[in-house]
Design a protein around this ligand. Structure first.
Ligand SMILES: CC(C)(COP(=O)(O)OP(=O)(O)OC[C@H]1O[C@@H](n2cnc3c(N)ncnc32)[C@H](O)[C@@H]1OP(=O)(O)O)[C@@H](O)C(=O)NCCC(=O)NCCS
Length: 328
């Protein structure tokens, strides 16, 4: 699409004056998606706009999951960039944040962070974070300017799916009348890892949109592990892939062994779903979890860095935690 500001960029002051940040609406989706793909492809120096994200989908799925957590920047009524925030109970993060490459370095990214920071404040999260490119001076500089400071490296790991035996159940298989109590049980587990951590929105969104499911692993009657997985095209995973968007095992002495059982369940679910690759991100601050994944044959697909708004506050990346997330 050719617009006045695209074909004839204005001075940085003039553009900044005209930036209007507002809630995303459904009619923004095509343009927000186009810009998101183009921005990542441009940043990575890829010739095709779709090359960076392929048939993965994040803009539409995140908007449908939480339309109140998505914003766009517009200029002269045209979308110039967008951002999504996620509220996992007491923990918040944001991404993807993207701006049309023709308008980079004019303060639009900073403007898009304003509603995100206001939302974290409103939600009174205990901690907030993000994933970004560890080697980009611009990304670190931008986020530091807004109060986020680097944490550990985040390794997005992948492995070919192999047949593995595992006993697990799925959230989608639970009878509707037990859903609320199951969500309470999951909340209890995630709260043992980080007080107030709540994945309900991701769990419900994956099932409602048909883009994945939540794996439940039990030790006896008690829930010992959960993993919210996206599967295939149109989800955050893409063709042939099972992507563990979030996973956790109950904290305590047996958490490490429980983590291995959870990884087996994810691999078994991927195999039974006809998928050939399992992808899961882990914060390397969770050193034992990272090592256990490497021992199982996971290799690094992508390396980034986590950044936190309250670096001295409560964290979700200590060696005691057995959590899968990459905050992308
Ligand atoms: C990242 C992105 C959203 C930033 O948007 P933007 O509108 O260009 O960003 P802004 O103009 O608001 O801010 C740029 C900031 O980068 C920082 N920066 C740039 N170069 C820097 C450097 N060499 N060292 C330190 N900081 C630097 C500065 O803080 C600068 O803001 P300032 O000039 O006001 O101080 C945009 O570049 C983009 O879409 N990239 C591709 C997709 C992507 O990487 N998204 C983020 C994934 S985590």
């Amino acid at each position: 699409m050719t617009t006045s500001w695209c074909s004839s960029p204005r001075s940085s002051e003039a553009v900044e004056d005209q930036v209007h940040v507002r809630r995303m609406v459904e009619s923004d989706l095509d343009e927000a998606d186009r810009i998101t793909r183009l921005a990542f492809a441009t940043f990575r120096g890829l010739p095709q706009p779709d090359a960076a994200l392929d048939d993965t989908e994040a803009v539409r799925t995140r908007f449908v999951a939480a339309p109140d957590c998505a914003w766009v920047a517009e200029i002269d009524g045209e979308v110039a960039g967008s951002v999504f925030a996620a509220r996992w109970g007491s923990f918040g993060f944001f991404g993807p944040l993207t701006v049309d490459p023709r308008l980079w370095d004019r303060g639009i990214g900073s403007r898009l962070l304003e509603p995100v920071l206001a939302a974290f404040e409103l939600w009174q999260v205990r901690q907030a974070g993000l994933y970004t490119f560890s080697s980009s001076r611009k990304h670190l500089g931008l986020y530091q300017k807004h109060g986020f400071w680097p944490g550990h490296l985040v390794a997005v790991l992948g492995k070919p799916v192999a047949p593995v035996s595992s006993v697990y159940s799925l959230f989608s298989q639970a009878p509707p009348d037990s859903e609320a109590s199951l969500l309470d049980e999951i909340r209890e587990l995630t709260s043992s890892v980080f007080p107030g951590l709540d994945l309900e929105r991701e769990i419900v969104a994956a099932r409602a949109q048909g883009i994945g499911d939540t794996i439940l692993v039990r030790g006896g009657d008690a829930l010992s592990g959960i993993a919210v997985c996206h599967s295939g095209p149109g989800s955050e995973a893409g063709s042939g892939v099972c992507y563990v968007k979030f996973g956790a095992t109950c904290s305590g002495e047996t958490a490490g062994d429980g983590f291995d059982l959870l990884l087996s369940a994810c691999e078994a679910f991927a195999a039974e779903s006809g998928l050939h690759r399992l992808v899961a991100g882990v914060n390397t601050g969770r050193l034992d979890a990272y090592r256990r994944m490497l021992r199982r044959g996971f290799r690094t697909d992508l390396l980034g860095v986590s950044m936190y708004l309250r670096p001295e506050g409560e964290r979700l990346d200590t060696p005691d935690q057995y959590v899968i997330d990459d905050l992308r």
